[in-house]
Ligand binder design. Structure first.
Ligand SMILES: [Zn+2]
Ligand SMILES: [Zn+2]
Length: 144
């Protein structure tokens, strides 16, 4: 069953045909500045599982970060190195995952005013194996 998502002004809408099992918090300075937040929570999903259903022409891109050009909502990230993998910004989902994020990454540039108080594993930069994860996330493990 597809999950839906949209930007704040609802110009951009999408459907996700993927069951999100894990999310991670990125504390890097780029995410923090782009989101205006202490960190961003994303889920790695197959690009093929994400279908833009409205407002595709309103999606702008800066350095691999996709957002609505009308309201500025951040939607997802995708690098040219791994076009089949998309890091979906989970706050754009209509129904957000309830499971807590499994890792904190890039905490070497975390906000000095933010304290991590949970016991999720922390990584100074990206966790080892993230490239393999991006290469591997080309199909839904839940679908045969
Ligand atoms: Zn918008
Ligand atoms: Zn980041």
């Amino acid at each position: 069953m597809a999950t839906e998502g949209h930007c704040l002004c609802e110009t951009v809408r999408y459907e996700l045909e993927f069951e999100i099992e894990a999310t991670s918090n990125c504390h890097c300075q780029y995410c923090r500045r782009a989101h205006g937040a202490a960190f961003v929570t994303t889920a790695l999903v197959p690009t093929i599982a994400l279908r833009i259903t409205a407002g595709e022409q309103s999606i702008a891109r800066h350095d691999g970060r996709y957002f609505c050009r009308t309201c500025g909502s951040r939607l997802f990230n995708r690098s040219d190195s791994y076009p089949d993998a998309t890091s979906l910004v989970v706050t754009s989902l209509s129904v957000e995952p309830t499971a807590r994020p499994v890792i904190h990454m890039n905490i070497e540039s975390k906000a000095p005013w933010h304290e991590i108080l949970d016991d999720c594993p922390q990584f100074a930069s990206f966790p080892p194996g993230i490239e393999d994860a991006k290469r591997g996330v080309t199909k839904n493990p839940g679908s045969a």
